[in-house]
Design a protein around this ligand. Structure first.
Ligand code: NDP
Length: 337
């Protein structure tokens, strides 16, 4: 079964393997497969589920809500997010203004079929809304009981510090940061993680398998396997392209002996690796098939000895991205439309 970790400086425990439905529900996979993946997650002991209003332009929340129908609400931790454009994508259907935050939570709760989410996350930093306005809206949502805790995603170290200070002033808890983190993408290590530790925030990390690349199934110079994300023209092929480089794919193949030494699959090694970081509360994994969920959860509780962590670094060498500036670089400079 899956181990639990505290989320930030709070009393909330979440499953250290968390299931996410970006690009899959209401998009790459049919609803029956989506439901089977959620079922596989529940059967394996995953209790924490992550989605966003913007996934499949709100339809992914509905699919997840339907798949979780009938489950005991108190036995689940349901997370969603707000920021990216939704619905007809009008001028106020985006961002972290009070108007959009207060409206978006209502739509999310309706689609998810629940009275509250356990964690409500700012999906990015909104450079066009005063931070005070956003945090006041979050404070009101917490007071209304529509969200129990607040988190952010892909915020810089300074933004996390400023957000946490305001949350404290307003009397609610900012407990999580949701950044990309994997053996290949380590940009949070130098700044975001130390700042988060200072203010009682932990990481729920996305794409721990680099969208499937670290499973080792993409071979350099060869076509991607049928049905994989790299062949998904609805979005996956484009988002995974940053890793579809022969130097990266070759280095990943060279990790196989490390996985074998630990008795793990490559996918399990990737998930276990992010969980070695003690500021990480959960690896947020996706799946296009229930068998993947069953495989990936076995990464829970694995310890990778220091010499093998070093071997991983030696094998991957300079294909690893570590530049802390990438968080700011990747942030929208204006509100997206
Ligand atoms: P992963 O790195 O875990 O990639 C998951 C994909 O890898 C699956 O959909 C599947 O794709 C493939 N895969 C999974 N398990 C295996 C396996 N055992 N063997 C081979 N292939 C496997 O994470 P995601 O990129 O899906 O992101 C996870 C979650 O993180 C999202 O659902 C979302 O909740 C969150 N997220 C948050 C973001 C943010 O901005 N806050 C951004 C992106 C994601 P396939 O079978 O199609 O190849």
């Amino acid at each position: 079964m899956v181990n639990y970790r505290y989320l930030g400086n709070s009393g909330l425990k979440i499953s250290e393997i968390t299931y996410g439905n970006w690009l899959t529900h209401a998009s790459q996979v049919e609803n029956d497969v989506a439901t089977a993946c959620v079922r596989a997650a529940l059967d394996a002991g995953i209790t924490t589920f992550d989605t966003a209003d913007a996934y499949a332009n709100t339809a992914a929340e509905q699919v997840l809500g339907d798949a979780l129908k009938g489950e005991r609400r108190e036995s689940l931790e349901i997370f969603t997010k707000v920021y990216w454009p939704t619905g007809p994508k009008g001028p106020n259907d985006v961002g972290l203004s009070r108007k959009h935050v207060m409206e978006s939570i209502n739509g999310s709760l309706r689609r998810l079929g629940t009275d509250y989410v356990d964690l409500y996350q700012a999906h990015r930093y909104d450079v066009e809304t005063p931070l005070e306005e956003t945090m006041q809206a979050f404070a009101d949502i917490v007071r209304q009981g529509k969200a129990l805790y607040i988190g952010v995603s892909e915020w810089t170290a300074d933004q996390i510090r400023a957000g946490a200070a305001l949350a404290k002033e307003l009397g609610f808890q900012l407990i999580s940061s949701q950044p990309q983190y994997s053996m290949l993408w380590r940009v949070i290590e130098d700044e975001v993680v130390p700042a988060s530790k200072e203010v009682g925030v932990s990481q729920i990390v996305w794409s721990p398998m680099a969208q499937g690349v670290l499973s080792g199934k993409y071979l350099p110079g060869q076509p991607a396997p049928a049905g994989s994300r790299a062949t998904d023209e609805k979005g996956g092929a484009q988002t995974i392209s940053r890793f579809m480089d022969d130097a990266v794919l070759t280095a990943v193949q060279n990790l196989k002996p490390v996985a074998e030494e630990l008795g793990l699959s490559m996918a399990q090694l990737a998930v276990a690796w992010v969980l070695q970081n003690d500021n990480v509360a959960a690896a947020l994994v996706g799946a296009s098939r229930p068998e993947q969920v069953a495989e990936n959860v076995k990464a829970s509780g694995v310890t990778i000895p220091a010499e093998l962590l070093q071997k991983i670094d030696d094998v991957l060498g300079d294909v690893v991205v570590r530049d802390a500036g990438k968080t700011l670089e990747g942030m929208p400079k204006t509100r997206p439309v």
